[in-house]
Design a protein around this ligand. Structure first.
Ligand code: NAP
Length: 323
């Protein structure tokens, strides 16, 4: 995880209390998670939105980021919830204007974009927070602590869901830069890279592209780590019935299993009590801490693995997908 020190943005050294924040891109994740998380945050209050479709009731809305920056110079904190491809230009404008910026996952459509944003944030002395919401799931911190000194033999990731159920009508996920099945799969990789103490690298990948789409509907990945350790990941968007968001870690002394996207933890078959504020409240708490400390948090390792999969992966063509 990369944490860099800012050059001294507004907010450093003081505790944030109800700081005005703007939310940009009012779609599914903004409504489901960001708006409630900001409402429950002591650090921020929602002062404005940027939405092409009208925003939300009783909150001042702006048509684009340029309008927001001109009309509300008092808002120094922006949270970006639009899909990855349009996000880069908006993030660049916000950082260039000296604003603190939080990015939904994935932090960009390419690795280079994110590194460019990180450099700009450092140059402007502001906070850039590239979030990974799944790392805030209740079982992840405990899993990470448990595995800190473990000798891991194998990690099995099964991330299989029904795209029609979770992404109805979202065209961008099927367009170049939308990541396809890696949009949820990168959440699994964000957990894996957080709990496995040693770096791994991709050794093999097969990506299945529907014949009528630009992004994959399924992917099988293999990684290698130190001392013969291996990771296998199966991502599939064609899963009907029970959905699987599971990570199983076999060590030399036992087994750790994260299920429900990291919310539930079993160690050697025993359910563990896991508590936390919730994924998105946890992210906004961390964002406030980063701004107060004058730091950024930009870890590109999950995105790097996805980029490697697109580079190394074999491509197979599968049946056309229709919503
Ligand atoms: P979404 O509902 O399809 O779109 C989000 C919003 O972004 C749109 O409603 C639109 O808001 C804005 N937008 C779309 N295209 C744009 C463009 N070309 N330029 C500027 N703004 C644009 O997507 P989502 O599901 O919320 O996902 C957004 C991000 O959150 C993705 O990176 C995704 O991976 C991440 N995420 C999603 C979920 C989930 O369950 N859906 C969970 C975790 C993370 P306006 O109409 O207000 O402009």
């Amino acid at each position: 995880m990369t944490v860099t020190r800012g050059a001294g943005a507004g907010g450093v050294g003081r505790q944030l209390v109800s700081e005005p924040i703007a939310l940009l891109g009012i779609g599914k994740i903004a409504r489901d998670q960001h708006i409630p998380a900001i409402a429950s945050s002591g650090a921020f209050h929602l002062a404005a939105t940027v939405s092409r479709s009208g925003g939300i009731d009783d909150v001042e809305n702006h048509a684009d980021v340029a309008d927001l920056l001109t009309a509300r110079p008092d808002i120094n904190v922006l949270s970006l919830c639009m899909p990855p491809v349009p996000r880069f230009d908006i993030a660049t404008a916000a950082l260039a204007a000296g604003k603190h910026v939080m990015l939904e996952k994935p932090p960009g459509a390419t690795v280079s974009e994110v590194l460019k944003l990180e450099r700009l944030a450092r140059a402007k002395g502001v906070t850039l927070f590239a979030t990974w919401h799944s790392r805030e799931a209740a079982g992840v911190a405990q899993a990470r602590a448990h595995l800190r000194d473990a000798q891991i033999k194998h990690v099995q990731i099964d991330w299989k869901e029904d795209v029609r159920r979770w992404h109805p009508g979202q065209d961008w996920i099927w367009q170049a830069g939308g990541l396809g099945v890696f949009d949820p799969g990168i959440n699994a990789l964000s957990i894996m890279t957080a709990i496995v103490p040693n770096p791994v690298h991709l050794t093999d990948a097969t990506l299945s592209f529907p014949e009528n789409r630009d992004t994959p509907i399924a992917a099988d990945l293999s990684f290698a780590g130190p001392a013969g350790m291996t990771v296998d990941a199966a991502f599939d968007w064609r899963q009907e019935g029970p959905q699987s968001w599971n990570i199983t870690v076999d060590t030399t002394v036992g087994q750790l299993r994260l299920t429900d996207g990291g919310a539930t933890l079993h160690i050697d078959g025993m359910a563990q009590t896991c508590e936390g504020p919730g994924e998105y409240p946890g992210l906004y708490h961390r964002f406030a801490e980063l701004i107060e400390a004058g730091q950024s948090d930009v870890d590109i390792s999950p995105l790097q693995h996805v980029a490697d999969a697109f580079m190394l992966g074999r491509r197979t063509t599968v049946a056309a997908f229709h919503d």
